[in-house]
Design a binder for this molecule. Sequence first.
Ligand code: MG
Length: 384
Amino acid sequence: MKSKKSKADSYKNLSISALILCAGHGARTGLSYNKILHYMGSKTVLEMTIERMQSSLAGAILLVIAPEDEKAVKELIKPYKNVSVCYGGATRTESVRKGLNELGYCDIVVIHDGARPYVTAEVINASIDSAIDYGSGIVAVPTVDTIKEIRNNSVIRTLSRAGLYNIQTPQTFRYEDICKAYNAVDGIFTDDSEVYERAGFTPKIVVGDYKNVKITTMEDLYRPAAVRSKIGVGFDVHPLVTGRPLILGGVRIAYPKGLNGHSDADVLTHAIMDALLSAAGLPDIGVLFPDTDPRYKNVSSIGLLATVNNNVMLRGFKIGNVSAVIMAQKPKLADIIPEIRASLAAALKVSEQQVNVSATTTEHLGIIGNEKGIAASATCLLNY
Ligand code: MG
């Protein structure tokens, strides 16, 4: 095994640049604009790809773009350092050639599709390592589908899957070698490793990740990286009484009244548990922790939340985010919310950015407004 230290030292002495190809038209997505400009949540495909590349060992990034996208791309890359653009050509081969020329000399070049926003730093770095050691690092995954050769709708033969790989990007090379290869070949290629191979080099494969899909069809835009999600909703209300502590999200709050219930009556935590269970398709807390069961008398609900979370995780779900609102006329909760978020995030084993809590009054209307009770509602997103 190579020592990590010697590797880290070698990176320092190497210039590693990335060429990201963004000049495609993406007609198969059915969009009227370049798919790299499509928003997936709060960010475009292009921003996601740039951020993944910047989390790797690659330094300068050159985007090879179509002239008609220049204005939109330049606006999007403003916040990013070390990202520049150049125009591509009519084909991918022409775009890579132009990009390599524009990039100028570097030791290692990472060539990546702008429409592969799910690539990870680990995969990019593995391809860089391979290029340092062997001259190239072509990311690929073993083929999982059965592949048949067909002519006129008839099967000629079935290929053995053994030894077959689906080629992805990044494809990383010693800059000099890939320039030599592009200068040596004529014709149109969709794959840099083929150009490299035709020029007499032997591409080296790095096993990547099935999630590193290239966004090609409309379906890819809405089922990113095969991550599926389920949404869940929960609601709860408890009466306010004297002689009980007020506990919200596992945090004890100084207030003359508290919520009444069989457990500690932590209304916020109850709503969140029901949201999680609902998304996971599991029975609600009334079934799991019945208020007739003496084991749950005055029990800490935040402890039950950790149990619920465990059950949900055992079913293969991962929390995307939890969002909740507390409805209370009093007390004022704004100052305590950071502590509540921290407490919930700890019980759920997620970051505080994944848990948000807001508070509202009901403008003195109804049981909440009359300070007779506190309610909470929660929504969560589970990925699987
Ligand atoms: Mg309850």
